[in-house]
Design a protein around this ligand. Structure first.
Ligand code: FES
Length: 103
């Protein structure tokens, strides 16, 4: 596997009035994740990148982390440190941000 974990952060912008993660909010999170991963020396192992719509628009800003396939919603800049220290570094899901879907 190329990366130990791969973080896809939605930065999709829909037309005004439609629920979405939003380009500005998504890009802010992407920048923060990249900075923090670099600070921790994880940039070669963990990749954070922009994604299109993850079909969790009303829960945005949203992201998904693979290989677990864990979705997180309503993510704010204040949550980035916790997602990295809990999920990325210790494989513990951040339950209060996790999105679950009925299949
Ligand atoms: S706009 Fe982000 S999940 Fe759809």
């Amino acid at each position: 596997m190329r990366f130990e974990k791969h973080i896809f952060i939605c930065a999709n912008q829909k037309a005004e009035g439609k629920a979405c993660c939003g380009e500005a909010r998504g890009l802010e999170l992407i920048t923060l994740f990249k900075e923090k991963l670099r600070e921790k020396g994880l940039q070669g192992k963990i990749r954070a990148q922009k994604s299109g719509c993850l079909d969790a628009c009303s829960k945005g800003p949203s992201l998904v982390i693979y290989p677990e396939g864990t979705y997180y919603g309503h993510v704010t800049p204040d949550d980035v440190d916790r997602i990295i220290s809990e999920h990325i570094e210790n494989n513990r899901i951040v339950k209060d941000l996790e999105l679950t879907f009925d299949i």
